[in-house]
Design a binder for this molecule. Sequence first.
Ligand code: 2DT
Length: 210
Amino acid sequence: KEKSEKNRGAFILLEGCDRSGKTTQAQLLLQSLKDKGQNVEFARFPERSSEIGKVIDQYLKSTTNEKNLKSMHLLFTANRWELMEDIVKKIKKGTTYVIDRYAYSGIVYSMANGLDKEWCIRMESNLPKPDIVLFLDLSVEDAAKRGEYGKERYEKKAFQQKVRDNYHQLIEDNWKVIDATQTKEEIAKQLLDLSLKTIEESKNKPIQTI
Ligand code: 2DT
């Protein structure tokens, strides 16, 4: 095994529908891991600041119907590739990454737009695979109770219902389904415990691919 893969960091992913508390929990998790002395960084997808990210940002903010859904899907995928090279380098050197959304968001949102599941999955192949997927699961009714959805293209109840159903079709062995109706503190504790365990268990394992 490559020397650089000894004592690597972990790739911890948070996924969930809009309003599942994912972004809040990602920040809490980042801070608690730091407090535990872990070497940890944060990233999110889409990363809207790159050239590709700017196109994605415009797409998400517009509400006119998009005809080139496959090409949009590939831009989201390209946005992952453009960041993951550096992220993997750092993981191999021992940095743990907490990432907010990734390939699975790509698959479930594109499927909700009517794209074929197998096609979507195929387009994500060979990307680095997370060591754990922390899926914050919440019914669309409970999500809607948390206040108004935002104004971006996907922030509508019927669409979110599809997204949630699609997530449930993707659950694999490395996923943990977290009941997002629990208190913020309860969720944070579960995420921290699972993350610390994953960091321990991933240390000397190679990074897998999707
Ligand atoms: P936030 O920035 O609020 O998380 O919303 N999305 C995301 C896709 O359609 N495809 C993808 O590959 C990814 C990563 C989910 C971003 C929105 O973009 C959607 C919600």
